[in-house]
Design a protein around this ligand. Structure first.
Ligand SMILES: Cc1cc2nc3c(=O)[nH]c(=O)nc-3n(C[C@H](O)[C@H](O)[C@H](O)COP(=O)(O)O)c2cc1C
Length: 479
C-alpha cells in the first residue's frame, strides 16, 4: 500500500489520485463557528477536503483541515486502495488486512520536520494556533478532535496512543476529556504515586495513525505499531529532548506536558457537541500543564468535528473500524455466508448482508453481531440482517428491506443491554441513579428461509442488465 510520510504526503496523494478538486482551499473563514459551519455544510453534501487558510487573526499558513476522509474515494486513497473501489470492498479489504495485523515496531529516526519550531518558557503559547470553536454550544476552542494522545505506562514502559478531545484553556493549559480507557488507566498509575502523568498531544497526522489511535488493542500493544502494521512500514518517531514519549517525527503540532491528578488541578471542560449529535457532558476534567510546543512551519490542525450521525461522511465516509470489527467477529464466530457489514449513524445501527443457504443462518448472524464489542461503548441500538440482494451501503435499499421483509410480530427482538453515559436518551432520574439500562433492537429483515422460493418476485433489474444498460447509454444519459 502507499505509505504516507505525513499528512501533507496524504494530501498530495489525494490530489494525484482524485484531482485538484479533492481538496479545496478556503481563505478568510473565521475559526469562531465559520470553519465549523462550512465543514458541516460541506460534509452534508459529501464535499471535498477543506483546507482553511488566511484565518482572521492568525498568520497565513496556520491552517485547519476538515473532511480529510469525507468521501469513499478519499477513504480508499487514505488506505492505499484504488479510488474507484466500492464502499463495501473498502471495508472487506480493510477487514482482511486488519486480520493479519502483526504489529510493526515504531522506529526512532532522531529528527524530523516537527522540530522546525520549538516553543518553551516565555514563548510558550497555545493561542498562536487557530483552534476552532466548532459548534455554537461549544465551550471553547478545540485543537484536538482527531489527535493522538501519548502516554507511557510507568511500570512496563508500554506506550499508549488514544484520541481524546483537547480544548485550549490558556497559553499553557489544555483540557482533555479522557474516559476510562487505557490513557486514563496509565495516568491513574502516576496519580496513585503522587506524580503528574507525562503526556504528549499530537495534532495533524496521516490517516493510518489517526485510524490506529482510535483502536483499542489489548494492554501492552502500542497503536503506533498497529499503524505500522496497517502501513506495512514502521511509524517514524523521535524523542524530544528529556522525554520518554515518542512522537511522530512528521506530525504538524506536538504539545508536551504533564497531566496532574484531577484532585490537584482540573478545569471546566465542555460543553462540546458530541458525535451523537447532542451535548451530554460537561464538567471538571483533567488538564495538561504544557511545557513545550513543537510545530512545523505552516502547521495544519487536522479537525474531525463531530456532526450529527445522519451526515454520512463526517470524519470518515466509510464506517471502517466498526464495520470491520463486527464482520471480523462474525468470521471468528464461524457465521457462514456473510456478504458484508455496514454501519449507519456513527456505528449506532449495523446492517449485515447474508446469503441464506440454511434455516437459522440469518438469525445466527444477527444475534452474533449483537455480541460484538466496539467503540461506541454499548450505545449501538439496531442490528439488522438482510439478504445479499440488498445494497447495505445504500440506506434506501435497507429501508426497502425493513419495510417489505419484516413481520414485526415475529422478526424483531429486544435485548437487554447497557448504554453509555453520553447517550441522550437516558432519563434524568435514571442518569442520576447511574442506571444505564437501554436495550438493543435486533431485526431480521431477510425473506423467511422456509418459503424463500415463494417470496414474491421483484420489479428491480438485476445488476448485469443494469450495468449493460449503463454502459450502452452512458454517453447520452447520466445514469
Ligand atoms: C474522532 C474521535 C474522537 C474521540 N474522542 C474521545 C474523547 O474525547 N474522549 C475519550 O475518552 N475517547 C474518545 N474517543 C475514543 C477513543 O479514542 C478510543 O476509545 C480509543 O480506543 C482509546 O484508546 P485507549 O484505550 O488506548 O486509551 C474518540 C475517538 C474518535 C475516533
Amino acid at each position: 500500500m502507499t505509505v504516507f510520510k505525513d499528512l501533507r504526503d496524504y494530501l498530495d496523494e489525494l490530489r494525484a489520485k482524485l484531482g485538484d478538486d479533492a481538496i479545496q482551499t478556503v481563505s478568510g473563514a473565521s475559526r469562531d463557528l465559520e470553519i465549523g459551519c462550512l465543514s458541516e455544510l460541506n460534509a452534508e453534501r459529501e464535499g471535498p477536503a477543506l483546507l482553511f487558510d488566511d484565518i482572521p487573526g492568525f498568520p497565513r499558513g496556520f491552517r485547519v483541515l476538515t473532511n480529510y476522509m469525507g468521501t469513499a474515494a478519499s477513504c480508499a486513497v487514505a488506505l492505499g486502495l484504488a479510488p474507484n473501489i466500492s464502499k463495501l470492498e473498502i471495508v472487506r479489504t480493510w477487514k482482511d488486512r486488519s486480520n493479519r495485523l502483526d504489529p510493526v515496531p515504531y522506529v526512532d529516526v532522531g529528527k524530523g520536520a516537527i522540530t522546525e519550531n520549538i516553543l518553551e518558557g516565555d514563548d510558550l503559547d497555545l493561542r498562536i494556533f487557530p483552534a476552532p470553536q466548532w459548534h455554537e454550544g461549544d465551550g471553547g476552542h478545540y485543537i484536538g478532535t482527531a489527535d493522538l494522545v501519548i502516554t507511557r505506562d510507568p511500570d512496563s514502559g508500554w506506550v499508549n496512543v488514544g484520541t481524546y478531545r483537547a480544548c485550549v484553556q490558556g497559553k499553557d493549559r489544555l483540557s482533555l476529556w479522557i474516559l476510562n480507557n487505557h490513557g486514563r488507566q496509565i495516568a491513574a498509575k502516576y496519580w496513585a504515586r503522587g506524580q503528574a502523568c507525562p503526556i504528549a498531544v499530537v495534532v495533524g497526522c496521516e490517516p493510518t495513525l489517526t485510524t490506529a489511535a482510535a483502536m483499542s488493542p489489548p494492554e501492552g500493544v502500542c497503536e503506533f505499531d498497529l499503524a505500522g502494521a496497517l502501513r506495512g512500514k514502521p511509524v517514524e518517531v523521535l524523542y524530544p529532548p528529556g522525554s520518554l514519549l515518542p512522537v511522530p517525527a512528521y506530525a504538524e503540532i506536538v504539545i508536551e506536558g504533564e497531566m496532574p491528578s484531577p484532585s490537584e488541578e482540573s478545569v471546566l471542560e465542555g460543553p462540546f457537541g458530541e458525535w451523537t449529535g447532542y451535548y451530554t457532558h460537561s464538567g471538571q476534567e483533567t488538564v495538561v500543564r504544557v511545557k513545550r510546543i513543537m510545530h512545523r512551519n505552516n502547521p495544519i490542525i487536522l479537525g474531525a468535528p463531530p456532526m450529527i450521525p445522519t451526515i454520512t461522511p463526517g470524519d470518515q465516509a466509510v464506517p471502517l473500524y466498526g464495520a470491520c470489527q463486527v464482520w471480523r467477529h462474525l468470521d471468528k464466530s464461524g457465521v457462514e455466508n456473510v456478504r458484508g457489514v455496514w454501519a449507519y449513524g456513527r456505528l449506532l445501527m449495523f446492517v449485515i448482508a447474508v446469503k441464506q443457504t440454511a434455516p437459522g443462518q440469518a438469525r445466527r448472524a444477527l444475534t452474533t453481531a449483537a455480541t460484538s464489542t466496539h467503540t461506541v461503548g454499548g450505545m449501538q441500538r439496531y442490528y439488522i440482517v438482510v439478504d445479499d440482494d440488498i445494497d447495505i451501503t445504500d440506506i434506501n435499499h435497507v429501508l426497502w428491506a425493513l419495510c417489505t421483509r419484516v413481520r414485526p410480530i415475529e422478526s424483531i427482538e429486544i435485548l437487554n443491554s447497557l448504554t453509555t453515559i453520553i447517550d441522550p436518551r437516558i432519563a434524568p432520574d435514571l442518569r442520576a441513579k447511574g442506571d444505564l439500562s437501554m436495550g438493543k433492537v435486533l431485526i431480521d429483515a431477510c425473506k423467511p428461509f422456509d418459503w424463500i422460493d415463494k417470496y414474491p418476485g421483484q420489479n428491480r433489474f438485476e445488476e448485469p442488465y443494469r450495468s449493460e444498460i449503463r454502459e450502452r447509454w452512458s454517453s447520452r444519459l447520466r445514469l
